[in-house]
Design a protein around this ligand. Sequence first.
Ligand SMILES: Cc1cc2nc3c(=O)[nH]c(=O)nc-3n(C[C@H](O)[C@H](O)[C@H](O)COP(=O)(O)OP(=O)(O)OC[C@H]3O[C@@H](n4cnc5c(N)ncnc54)[C@H](O)[C@@H]3O)c2cc1C
Length: 532
Amino acid sequence: MEMLWSGWGDPAKAAPLPEPVAGLLRDLLGVKPVSAPPADPSALTVPASRLAGPALAALTEAVGGPEQLRTDPESRIRHTRGKSTPDLLEIRAGRLDAAPDAVLLPADHDQVLAVLRACSRHRVAVVPFGGGTSVVGGLAPEADGCFVALDLRRLRRLTALDTVSRTATLQPGLRGPEAEALLAAQGFTLGHFPQSFEWATVGGFAAARSSGQASAGYGRFDEMVVGLTVATPEGTLDLGRAPRSAAGPDLRQLVLGSEGTLGVITSVTVRIHPLPESRVYEGWRFPSFDAGAAALRRLAQDGPLPTVLRLSDETETMVGLARPDAIGTADGGPAAGGCLAVTGFEGTAEETARRREQARAVLLDCGGEPLGEAPGEHWARGRYSAPYLRDALLNAGAFAETLETAAFWSAVPALRDAVQRALTETLTAAGTPPLVMCHISHVYPTGASLYFTVVSAQGEDPVAHWAPAKAAACDAIAAAGGTISHHHGVGTDHRTWYTQEVGPLGVAALRAVKAVLDPAGILNPGVLLPSR
Ligand SMILES: Cc1cc2nc3c(=O)[nH]c(=O)nc-3n(C[C@H](O)[C@H](O)[C@H](O)COP(=O)(O)OP(=O)(O)OC[C@H]3O[C@@H](n4cnc5c(N)ncnc54)[C@H](O)[C@@H]3O)c2cc1C
């Protein structure tokens, strides 16, 4: 099945905004109706493909024939940009200047190598394409001329399973559910469940250092990776031969988060876990975000750590966004206010019960009020619905976008205030006062990630309208000591702040590595670092 070209996910699951919510948006935020995007991408005009002559012939040969090199408009539209709100607004408006000239579908590592060599020779830029769910402009390179999307969907096998070491080797084009199904058939799970789980791929998780909703229990994706194979224009890197190593700097860490700028990940070996016998999720109410955050910190620092641990602020709790599938229903959120926390426990029945009991004692001691399993189960059922809600908001004329960061615990309160203030002040000054919501969903002994959701009216030109608010939020993150991304990555959207974060020497070191692996500079130019 193909993703909805102008929005998110399975077109059959699209749902309109409940009328009470649409009414609230009109009354509270001044949201005005907008015209709907065309239902069919064939209504759009795509610039003519520039891939021709010897470059076209070489790339056709590299992927084994013309069926695996597509230049039809629909394939190119489906590989244009990613799924950030500006991406969706651009494509809905029919602005297709970022469409690739062709889509290539290699079958294996050797064909990927052949494509990269041919592209280097003919100076054709390459955008590795997994699920296409980037929200940071990671699929819209700064190419001067012709560029192609290298779609990895044909590389979707489980190629090795080591049940003794509990590792699995997965090809990069496997989507989250496909990888889980292959592992579940052998009694295992990876445990990586980002909100984009249904569409994002194993290669994309590694390339963008993804973090899933059960990161407290299973870790971030980069922590799961034990081995990588990478095709570069200059040859193959095979990395990772032991669980840990003192043999020099760990080159796997250079590839993780490289977002397709250094090579194409063609194989990922990950640690796996036995399928959990038992899964239980429950809700807790805290009187304030600070009280809830203190409880999460205590669990992160002193244990026991649940598998899922999240806390919504007062606004997110009130709006019901902690349980998006319940928005607009009578059961939209805890009626008595405060902040909703969700804890989840997965593992053997005995271990789950023990950790749950111990965590309960800590949460009670921190002032939490147990709400039972219903809010937790509601969250678990609706955990992949928020992106569908975004489509409904955009269709109703609202603007809705998310951004995220992370910081050490001591910096978290000021960081949250600074980002909220930057977004509120910028959008209010532009005549569209926003609703800004925040949650914590990834915790560590030393700090946590903050995730913000912004909803406002769209403004005349919504992409241009949002840009100053996004820049103000990024400036606020930098000034308050946060990182420019905890899990979405850098792409083209965050590179200004990323280059500040790593400094000029860091930028020069990265450029030197790229010059060795990709001397022609064909791989994702302008992603991570400006291309010039
Ligand atoms: C609604 C929504 C919810 C999301 N929720 C989360 C979340 O909970 N957690 C999270 O971490 N992220 C989340 N994301 C962001 C996104 O899903 C992740 O960054 C994900 O890892 C991208 O995977 P993908 O397969 O879609 O990669 P793509 O979007 O196709 O690519 C991402 C980047 O990696 C490069 N790339 C892709 N595959 C390869 C490869 N095999 N080798 C080298 N480079 C490659 C691309 O060129 C691009 O720069 C969300 C996005 C959306 C739209």
